[in-house]
Design a protein around this ligand. Sequence first.
Ligand SMILES: Nc1ncnc2c1ncn2[C@@H]1O[C@H](COP(=O)(O)OP(=O)(O)OP(=O)(O)O)[C@@H](O)[C@H]1O
Ligand SMILES: [Mg+2]
Length: 229
Amino acid sequence: MLEISDLHVAYGHAQVIHGLNLVLRPGEMVFIVGRNGAGKTTLLKTIAGLIQPAKGEIRFEGRAVAGEPPERLARAGFRFVAQDKKVFSKLSVRANIALAAHGSGTPIEEAWSKAVQLYPKLEEFRALPAGRLSGGQREILLIGRALVGAPRLLLIDEPTEGLAAIVIEDIFRILNGMRHTLSFIIVEQNLSVVTRLADRIYVMKEGQIIREIAERSEIADTAQLETYL
Ligand SMILES: Nc1ncnc2c1ncn2[C@@H]1O[C@H](COP(=O)(O)OP(=O)(O)OP(=O)(O)O)[C@@H](O)[C@H]1O
Ligand SMILES: [Mg+2]
């Protein structure tokens, strides 16, 4: 459903992604692992249309989409959940979802019930300012917000970063529950999450994909994966 070829991305004169190739098949959950500064966030932002690539092709269902504005990609079903877990902290949890619903022309009730289905506790927190949620709950709210409308491709940047083990399991269950309902590219450093969820893994280093891991036994080999982090 997504094909990236010979992608180059730079910040001014500093080139960060150097001729990257990647394929995502329909319904797949693919993980990107790699060290700090490898260019993982830059890659997701470029796919989401937040950064213009210097060169290369991104095809979504056969259509060339590289360089399209983020709003247009959002209408096509692209959703990006950023690494910073930023919510509208003064607005209520429900208003955070309502805002996304409004933006995409989705009935608020429909958007809200989807979010609550994902994580029933949101119902308890509905009137709470979103800034009062824990990091994990904020991440879940952001995933719920990404599901508003008709998502096709979820790009999630380090969903479990900085979270307590117990909440990491909540995130794991939520992602596991969404498997095969849409397609995912997830950047993640927590190898326990990666090995349990990944259909495939791409290892990124210095702006390139240096390995693709598709064999079940290799996906489960955390000791080997550890060496890439
Ligand atoms: N806005 C920016 N302007 C200039 N350089 C940037 C910018 N954002 C990132 N970089 C640089 O690009 C490189 C890749 O950054 P990126 O954030 O994509 O890496 P990452 O793999 O997501 O790292 P992390 O694991 O720390 O999140 C780094 O060297 C970083 O310093
Ligand atoms: Mg990053």
